[in-house]
Design a protein around this ligand. Sequence first.
Ligand SMILES: [Zn+2]
Length: 70
Amino acid sequence: MIVWDFHSLLVMVQICFSFLLMDKGTDMRLCKHCKKAFIASRKRNEFCSQRCKKQFTVYKSREKERKQIR
Ligand SMILES: [Zn+2]
């Protein structure tokens, strides 16, 4: 049985609000680098900050270098 108390109502409001935000083009996302939740202002944003984006690119290029070494 679901107890419909104030807390669950508050959660409902928050869910509705996040849907409203999504309609405006914003989106809740997990950062590809630090796995923190953030609001993406653009749909293609995959990182919470420029710093994470840079660090992720550095790690990726290091992986590539390792694979190229025979
Ligand atoms: Zn991040």
